[in-house]
Design a protein around this ligand. Sequence first.
Ligand code: 9PG
Length: 580
Amino acid sequence: MSELAALDRPRLVVRLADGSVHERAVTGPGHHDVGPLVVALTERAGGWAWQVAVPGAEPVAVASVAVAWDAGPAGDDPRLFSNGYQSWTSSRVRRLGVDVDPSLVAPVPALVRETHHADPSVAQVGELRSELVTVVATDRPGDPLLLVGFLAGAEHDGTIRARLDGGRVALSAEAFLGGAVLGAGEARPLHPVVLARGEQAPELLADWAAAAGAVGRARTGAPYQVGWCSWYQWFHAITEQVLRENLALAAEWPFEVFQLDDGYQHAIGDWERTDASFPSGIEAVADAIAGEGRTPGLWLAPFLAAPGSDVAVAHPDWVVRHGSGRPLVGMVNEHWGGHVHVLDTTRPEVLAHLESTAAALVAAGYPYLKLDFTYAPSVTGRYADPSQTPAQRVRAGMEALRRGAGERTFLLGCGLPIGAGIGVVDGMRIGADVAPHWDLRPGQYAPGGYAENEPATLNAFRNTLTRSWMHRRLWLNDPDCIMLRTAGTGLTPEEARTWGLTVAASGGMALVSDDLSLLDAESRRLLDEVVHLGRSVDEAALDGPTARCRDLLESPTPTALTGAGWALEVGVDPVSASLR
Ligand code: 9PG
């Protein structure tokens, strides 16, 4: 049966950039006038296809186009899997009538909402959201779970909204265009929406990911990654000398990738030029790493530019403007000198710059690039081409980087919107940063409802379980780095072990971020265990099931992950892991 015709009381809802909302009930497929737009709905196996057009003689700036419907009685425990917008965004079960959208918890700077949702506006009271895909449960006997998902996210974002309405669940699948201006007479296809029913959320999500991966030509074939990364030991204070010392100590360690993180660059935006901490320059560092038989890896935040960077000074017109006329702020970081700006990926010159930057870094010896803070062009601002959606702006930048880097370079997405990354990146950070502590530290920056997105190993742990089904369907999951050290860290040995085994049980990338001089034979045994288990889970996911989180829809922070004949159970207080 057609899913479209089976929807209960479907409505089309169009929001325009001027704040006006236009709604109409529909009975099924066809062309429907909604305000100044025509929305064409077509039946499609398992869901619907749609497009939006401007019939009139005036362009229309469109915030979103949605199909809303009544999804049936709410039951005793209505809830949904709430997938986060980008790499770092918390992804977990949220309960209707109990939990609130993070934007409603407390006022936060607009940039926090810009960073962690497709739609940066504050949610409606009572509404919960999931990005790109969701699974809805009601706990009524006999009711299957319902998956709702967009089949792609490259041309626009997709937000599923849920709320209670008189004891029933009201859902909407919203194509988010972010104010993109559609020209007179223009017709734009929207990403198809699929609905699926089943008993197990991880299976439904893995099947959706396989379908979205096929549509988006996901890059799922890179080898399992084992490596070393500078960030979670030295942070911005990494130096060339320390990197070289660790390279020398790595001789007996099984690292393939040796990745230099933030801290080497002249300024945010200037990636080929080092500061005083790396006197030999990036090429000599790559030579040293390659000379030890490792793959050189390099971090950059390609879409950001500090006000004093060479790129921003030479090309002030490449920097996006905020509505106020001032340069748009894409991130604030005291280690970077405060505010940094966003490069306008709707400008061909900027895309050419991104392409040549990626090509230059590969030519300098880095076939592995960690592309960070890549949500930046999704932030609302005055871009040169107002016809592009936020997702298209991110996607155009990512595709330029891929063109420059070439097909054989391993690109790791970080801070990247999930939908825009499919088909471009080989690996994807799927959770918040780890840290040398389990919970948030007292006094740590944790704005309103967004504390779960901030650096803490617990926050990385949560998404590693709840997004394990993405692995080898959309890319290789990067759960973030393992920390093996037991000295000079706020992690107990049991917490460090629990995190390492979680990375392993997910089958995801295994990068170590420690000063190797702090590690002993016990650390080495743990890494060997992690890599052995991780490889087997990863291999199973290649042509069979991904690791599965059994309590995905039960607990806000699940504790059970199974795959390749292994079962990991994590205790929470105190943190401990058991593996069977
Ligand atoms: C380098 C780091 C590491 C890390 C990335 C990313 O919101 N914030 O203030 C925020 C700061 C840093 C951050 C994420 C968010 O971490 O995930 O692995 O590369 O950048 O600066």
